[in-house]
Write a protein that binds this ligand. Structure first.
Ligand code: EPU
Length: 420
């Protein structure tokens, strides 16, 4: 028996939804908390499987994790021990790699298994490792584990060949205690990076320039506990915005930072979506006569690769031919195969897809091959005639907080079943 998600499509949605804290910030904030020498309180924690996995890793490290409320964690590393992370749990999610930077930064030593996560084509971590080496660490690999150690970490100038989100955050964490100044050039500029720098600075770190492509970190001797509230999840917000564009009579999406969604909102405007953007919310009404657009994914502030998949589902409903081009993960197109099973007309080309619309979609059995493919299946399932059955739901649960509850409250017919 295994669990599937079922959606009876074709029902218009109406009402309000509140966006949760950002997954891709949370999964770095939790490991970052161990750099403190006192309790760190984080609010706005999304209810996702990745958080549970990270909390389990914290417990392996003898860090005290107190769940004060559903979205409110206290992480107390006062009595932590730097034990080897060779447990399989590390391979469940990609973000476990943030323990590399955090533990190296705090203890000058970390041994852990290779991180896992969604398969989006090859996802090397060479830039993370090069950054650690530049700070004076030695990296070795044996028995499926990395060992990263340094007698002393010293600030360095590090140029990233690619503006990698993970490498930027990991190097920030590894260098907060390093002697002298670390400079990360061609740093990634994603809002989640600013959120991690904010947490570290609240602990007492001296990080400047987060959100620009040059970040400087001046090493400090001590970091203490603090309070932090996570930024809203721009990808969850974008997913609901796309759902609303397809199916909302009227939907109010609360707790967003519109600036983080500029690239998506401007594409949707070009498609003819009716929307009213407020300070921290957006109101959307569907338009039955959407126009196709071309989209190219880029690092922030460009169009997010994580929204490319749900947008593809919406493009099946637009008039004309739309082209999606991936520049971040060139193999991130498995959702197109699933959408075609539902009736979409999509041609795959190298690093891209051409979507012809509008086409009717019909409920059938599909798979959430990765997290955002799952989001695309939800968008398509809500549009489709009949019942869509989505397999591998655990991918969706890794990143979307209470998605069933949120959609049901908007009038969607969505439920889970155990099937053979
Ligand atoms: N890259 C390398 N070497 C490295 C690191 C990255 O070649 O050492 C390449 C990657 O293969 C990719 C590009 O650089 O082609 C950018 O990757 P990046 O490191 O920025 O991605 P990431 O940190 O692994 C985060 C998000 C992803 C999101 C990407 C891009 C987390 C936990 N994950 O991944 O989110 O797609 O940034 O914005 O923050 C998701 O939420 O579904 C998801 C996959």
């Amino acid at each position: 028996m295994h669990e599937v998600m079922k959606i009876e499509g074709g029902h218009l949605l109406e009402g309000e939804v509140t966006i949760s804290g950002a997954k891709n910030a949370t999964v770095a904030l939790i490991p970052a908390a161990v750099l403190a020498n006192g309790p760190v309180t984080i609010v706005g924690i999304p209810q996702i499987a990745d958080v549970k996995a990270l909390a389990d890793i914290l417990r392996i490290l003898k860090v005290e994790v107190i769940e004060v409320a559903d979205d409110h964690l206290i992480i107390d590393p006062t009595n932590m021990e730097n034990v080897d992370l060779d447990d399989d749990i590390v391979t469940k999610l990609r973000a476990s790699y943030y323990f590399m930077g955090a533990l190296l930064g705090k203890y000058g030593y970390v041994r852990m298994k290779m991180p896992g996560g969604c398969y989006l084509g090859p996802r090397p971590i060479d830039l993370h490792l090069k950054g650690f080496e530049a700070l004076g660490a030695k990296v070795t690999y044996d028995k499926a584990c990395y060992t990263i150690q340094a007698k002393k970490l010293k600030g360095a100038k590090i140029f990233l060949d690619i503006a990698s989100v993970g490498a930027t955050i990991n190097i920030m964490m590894a260098s907060v205690y390093a002697e002298g100044r670390t400079t990360i050039e061609n740093a990634a500029k994603e809002p989640e990076i600013i959120d991690i720098a904010t947490l570290l600075n609240r602990m007492g770190a001296r990080i400047r320039g987060a959100g620009t492509n040059v970040i400087t970190i001046d090493g400090v001797r001590n970091l203490s506990g603090c309070f932090h509230e996570i930024i809203p999840d721009r990808i969850e917000a974008g997913t609901f915005i796309i759902i609303a564009a397809a199916m909302a009579k009227r939907m109010v999406i609360n707790n967003i930072i519109p600036q983080h969604l500029d690239a998506l909102l401007s594409k949707l405007k070009d498609m003819g979506v009716n929307m009213e953007v407020g300070v921290d919310k957006v109101v959307i009404e569907r338009n039955e006569n959407l126009r196709s657009v071309d989209v190219t994914t880029r690092p922030y502030p460009g169009f997010a690769t994580d929204l490319q998949q749900p947008l593809t589902a919406l493009l099946t409903q637009a008039h004309g031919e739309g082209k999606v081009t991936e520049t971040i993960y060139i193999e991130r197109f498995k959702h197109c195969i699933e959408l075609c099973k539902m009736g979409a007309d999509i041609d795959l080309i190298p690093a891209g897809a051409i979507i012809k619309g509008p086409t009717s979609l019909y409920g059938t059995k599909v798979s959430a091959t990765d997290l955002r493919c799952g989001a695309a299946m939800i968008v398509a399932g809500l549009i489709a005639e009949g019942v869509t059955e989505i397999d591998n739901v655990y991918h969706i649960d890794r990143g979307y907080s209470e998605i069933d509850r949120k959609l049901s409250a908007l009038g969607a017919k969505i439920w889970r079943e155990n099937v053979d």
